[in-house]
Design a protein around this ligand. Sequence first.
Ligand code: HEC
Ligand code: HEC
Ligand code: HEC
Ligand code: HEC
Ligand code: HEC
Ligand code: HEC
Ligand code: HEC
Ligand code: HEC
Length: 419
Amino acid sequence: MMLAAIPAVAALLLAGPVAPPPASARCVECHARSTPGIVSDWKLSRHAAVSVGCDSCHGTAHATAADAAMARLPTPATCARCHAAQVKQYEASKHALAWAAMMAMPTFHYQPPVMTDGRKGCGGCHAIGLKEEADRKAIAKESGRNYGSGSCDSCHTRHTFSVKEAREPEACKSCHMGFDHAQWEMYDSSKHGVRHELVRLGALPRDAAAPTCQTCHMQEGDHGVLTGWGFLGVRLPLSEDPQWKADQVTILKALGVLDPAGKPTTFLEVVKGARMARLTEEEWQVQRDRMIATCRQCHGEGFVRSQLRRGDETIREADRLMAQAIEVVAGLHRDGLLSRSKEQRSDYPDVLQFHDAGSPIELRLFVMFMEHRMRTFQGAFHDSPDYSLWYGWSEMQRDLAEIRAAAGEMRRVALDSGP
Ligand code: HEC
Ligand code: HEC
Ligand code: HEC
Ligand code: HEC
Ligand code: HEC
Ligand code: HEC
Ligand code: HEC
Ligand code: HEC
């Protein structure tokens, strides 16, 4: 408050003897010319209706065309002054960790900056996460100004900051689509998404049941999104089923969480820190129970439990295929037919690397893990048989067959050109 008051006095002095309009009126007047779309959106917003002006978020240090760099660019802390409850929920969410999780990816550091920390590439979507002060400084150094720390504007886009917009599934679409997280396409093609569409079109009554992403993931408006299996589809403790457990261990090695001998690596700490996996049965069960309660608004208990169990079993089956493929490639490393690339963290296949994964066969393994395994189980949880079976499972089978064939060919060539 004190900080805001000092520049306001400066503006008053600069304005001379004529009584200046309130800080925001000046912003609005000038910006109606320089950025008319921003002003008209703000006028449509609830904020304008309740007199939350430009200065509430950007401060008053910038007052002329010449000192635009003095305008404060908001972070969730700016919103917290008036929306403490939502900011607190958000801070406990997986979204808040999006920037940290991205930075923790080994492959991240092999991409050119334009593909990472600006508003393009990785950073375009991961800007929903909270940034440390040091990260903001680094971005400002790299690109002149630290844009993209608003986080909250990911779903309530500026400057309407509309709650209605954020309630629609499209608010999630710009990030949750494509390659390794096609939840939008899965939902859109599921009975849930189709129902929602038909309600909008008026073919079904307005009150007909049709869940959105928010119904299932932001129950009662809770900003703390988090799921049981998460993105990677791994968790602790490992399964009691011996085969699945063995497959999970193979996958954890390929994630670099376990070393080739099966001992935890330092990357396990990263996975814990960014909450990439639930680490206890209880932690996982909390999320599962929350989901069951959500489905129960519309479906019976037996149906819900069987559907979610099917989702878990899909991960088990996908892990079986995945582990076999990893072992084929690991065998090539063991026998000296593949060598470790500079990005690989050990002499074991690394499914988190794609930039220079070492060889086409390892790139194929990356796609099998990131794209096809993800689609198999994400499609199952989002009730899209098409994604789960055709874009997921059947592609995994093809990956495994072709990885085996390529490995066989590599071994044959090695034998032919033998010592
Ligand atoms: C005399 C005209 C004028 C006034 C008054 C003015 N601005 Fe600006 N503002 C500009 C211009 C010009 C720019 C830079 C180009 C642009 O963004 O249109 C700018 C840029 C900005 C930016 C973007 C900064 C960046 O780094 O991209 C923000 C935020 C902003 N103004 C907010 C405000 C707020 C809040 C007020 C009132 C406290 C205000 N402006 C008053 C003209 C003005
Ligand atoms: C509720 C908070 C809030 C209010 C009120 C607000 N802004 Fe913003 N504004 C933001 C956020 C968040 C960003 C994004 C910052 C970033 O990218 O880091 C932003 C970005 C901007 C930018 C730079 C980005 C761009 O698209 O050019 C300008 C210019 C700007 N605001 C002007 C204004 C003006 C003028 C007003 C008043 C009419 C206003 N803002 C009111 C939150 C607000
Ligand atoms: C100075 C206080 C203040 C600040 C700072 C502020 N808001 Fe608000 N905001 C309000 C008030 C007051 C309302 C109206 C609440 C109501 O309708 O009862 C509101 C409403 C909203 C709504 C609901 C809009 C709707 O369509 O009903 C959203 C979303 C929102 N704010 C987001 C933000 C975000 C994001 C930021 C930070 C970038 C922010 N606000 C900063 C005071 C503030
Ligand atoms: C189109 C938007 C988008 C782009 C671009 C993008 N991501 Fe993501 N990323 C997401 C979404 C959405 C998720 C969460 C998906 C899920 O949980 O199914 C995610 C998840 C992740 C996770 C997993 C976090 C966890 O806790 O398991 C990491 C790490 C990650 N991304 C890193 C990156 C890196 C590195 C890049 C660039 C090479 C990148 N992302 C590019 C949207 C994106
Ligand atoms: C992942 C998308 C998403 C993000 C990110 C997000 N919100 Fe929301 N927000 C929503 C949804 C959805 C609702 C509507 C919840 C409901 O009422 O069902 C909402 C509602 C709100 C409301 C209105 C609450 C009410 O009861 O009227 C405020 C205020 C708000 N959000 C502020 C924020 C702030 C501040 C941030 C940043 C910390 C933020 N939101 C980030 C999706 C989001
Ligand atoms: C600006 C991009 C963006 C938008 C918009 C967005 N998300 Fe996300 N979401 C992400 C990223 C990135 C992650 C991964 C976070 C991490 O890496 O830690 C994520 C993670 C999640 C997760 C957690 C998965 C887990 O690991 O348990 C859920 C659930 C989720 N988002 C739901 C939503 C919903 C629902 C909406 C819309 C209301 C939405 N998101 C809007 C980018 C976005
Ligand atoms: C009918 C409820 C429902 C709807 C609608 C729904 N989800 Fe999900 N979502 C789930 C379930 C169930 C899981 C798996 C939970 C678990 O891990 O146990 C999940 C998992 C996720 C995950 C974690 C990775 C994954 O896919 O398994 C993200 C991210 C996500 N959903 C985002 C979205 C987005 C974005 C939308 C809308 C486009 C959406 N969801 C619509 C129920 C739903
Ligand atoms: C807001 C209500 C609502 C919620 C919440 C909801 N569903 Fe549905 N679901 C429906 C409706 C309506 C249909 C289409 C009619 C039908 O098949 O029952 C449907 C269809 C399905 C279908 C398609 C199969 C079939 O019988 O046609 C599955 C599977 C499903 N839901 C599972 C779930 C799961 C699992 C959850 C929780 C993660 C969930 N649903 C949450 C309303 C909901």
